[in-house]
Design a protein around this ligand. Structure first.
Ligand code: SAM
Ligand code: SF4
Length: 458
């Protein structure tokens, strides 16, 4: 295994693109509107821009690209934590092995069902299963809990897509994970800078940089064709990390014909028992986070960008407008905390503490359609098939009607008060569908939902 993140090359490109003309930057921005992505040199040039008027152009273009590809939908999900008992010592994390915290929770299948039921009762349809690295969180255990999540029912609701963010495993176990019916397998490199990685990951299996770097390859080799990558911003220079994310995406695309399904952009948040988490070595400002998201949207236009509740409400509201396509809402990061109403801090502190319904009302007021759509993965539009639709901007044909249908279903089952307030928004969104056939089907499906049918999608 070699390190396909060539650090010297990244620093060289960042150095060579430091001085650039305004005209050159504007031509890169215009070029991004072709939705073919950007080269490393183009991305580095944008990363080196500090001029606010240019940054504002990049933000506006990111918004335009996001709307061209996905429309005005924002997909919602929540994390479900299984365990806080970890064998690794990642200096930034509240679950790390060598803290004074009493981290010894591991949810059993029954408790996982209780958590799932609590999340369903809020209206969630998509969850992200998260766990500390614990020998007990092995593939046998994961098979059992994933089955438990999918079979949980609460009223008319159930979970229709379960993504997973757990420690890497062998290819044979990834194959079994795929067979459970998961959506995306996510794993963040945290930092692509080897020296920083080695200093921060003190002990445990996660201390092996290359093993982690190749985990998404292993998942792909096992047939999991939707993989998610990410960086924990604050650990190292953000410009280097964005370039490395791009090289990771290019590596996956070269090797498997499909880039990452999602990119996550968490920032370091204070965590109990972690000094570094409150004093990030390379703090990323709000403006820099906006820049990171917008440049990623231009660079890998077809990839979902995930934003968590680590960020505060006011900033999230801005970030929705510049390229983010999936957001968590109503999240808790301690195992068991949804069903026990546990207020303990969990893995790290959360800044947006609004409930799912508050986030939804806010999104709808800002002109977005909150979406619980799971259609692509359930219709087999994953991996390369998804990218073949996403790259030419065709995926919107599915996203637009499906977001309306899943939002309508949410309103009927969980939020009739809001339904009355925004009925006209749903009507006008249906009118906006270009294809008359799709518009008609959507209209008919809405009537069926009102009559009591559920889970209708294109
Ligand atoms: N334990 C597995 C792992 O490390 O890959 C599963 C995921 S871990 C529970 C989820 C993610 O939380 C990590 O990948 C890391 O990026 C993030 N994280 C850990 N500590 C954090 C902190 N203090 N602030 C923000 N994010 C943090
Ligand atoms: Fe464990 Fe993951 Fe936290 Fe590291 S980030 S200590 S692996 S839970």
């Amino acid at each position: 295994m070699n390190n396909f993140i060539n650090e010297d090359k990244i620093f060289d490109i960042l150095g060579e693109t430091q001085s650039h003309s305004r005209q050159c930057v504007e031509s890169i921005i215009n070029n991004s509107l072709k939705l073919k992505g950007l080269s490393p040199e183009e991305v580095a040039t944008l990363l080196n821009c500090e001029d606010l008027s240019i940054l504002n152009k990049i933000f506006a273009t990111a918004r335009e690209i996001k709307e061209t590809i996905y429309g005005n939908r924002i997909v919602l999900f929540a994390p479900l934590y299984l365990s806080n008992r970890c064998i690794n010592d990642c200096l930034y994390c509240g679950f790390r092995k060598n803290t004074s915290q009493n981290n010894n929770q591991l949810l059993q299948a029954e408790e996982v069902m209780k958590e799932t039921s609590a999340l369903i009762s809020q209206g969630h349809k998509r969850l992200l299963l998260v766990s500390a690295e614990d020998p007990a969180v092995n593939i046998d255990y994961l098979e059992e809990v994933i089955k438990s999540v999918y079979k949980t029912r609460n009223g008319r609701g159930s979970i229709r897509r379960l993504n997973v963010n757990v420690a890497p495993m062998e290819v044979k176990d990834f194959k079994r994970l795929k067979d459970t019916g998961i959506g995306t397998y996510q794993l963040f490199q945290e930092t692509y800078h080897v020296d920083t990685y080695n200093k921060i990951h003190v002990s445990g299996p996660k201390a092996d940089y290359l093993k982690r770097l190749y985990a998404c390859d292993d998942a792909q080799r096992a047939g999991i064709d939707d993989v998610g990558i990410g960086v924990l911003f604050g650990l190292y220079q953000y410009k280097f990390e964005v370039m490395a994310l791009l090289f990771h995406a290019m590596h996956l695309e070269d090797k498997f014909g499909v880039g990452p399904h999602t990119i996550s952009i968490p920032r370091l948040e204070p965590a109990q028992g972690s000094d570094i988490s409150s004093h990030p070595p390379y703090p990323v400002s709000d403006l820099e986070l906006k820049k990171i998201i917008a440049i990623l949207r231009l660079a890998v236009p077809y990839t979902g960008i995930i934003l968590s509740t680590r960020e505060k409400e006011s900033l999230r509201n801005e970030l929705f407008h510049i390229g983010v396509s999936q957001v968590s809402a109503g999240s808790k990061t301690a195992p068991g905390s949804y069903s026990n109403n546990d207020k303990s801090e969990g893995q790290f502190s959360i800044s947006d503490n609004r409930s799912l319904s508050e986030v939804i009302e806010n999104l709808a007021t800002m002109g977005f359609i909150p979406s619980f759509c799971t259609s692509c993965y359930r219709s087999g539009r994953t991996g390369e098939d998804f990218m073949n639709l996403a790259k030419p901007g065709e995926i919107k044909k599915f996203c637009q009607p499906n977001s309306i249908l899943t939002f309508e279903e949410y309103l009927l089952d969980y939020n009739p008060k809001l339904a009355k307030k925004i009925k006209s928004i749903i009507d006008s969104e249906v009118h906006k569908i270009h294809d008359p056939k799709v518009r008609q089907i959507t209209s008919n499906y809405i009537k069926s939902l009102i009559k009591g049918k559920r889970d209708l999608y294109l």
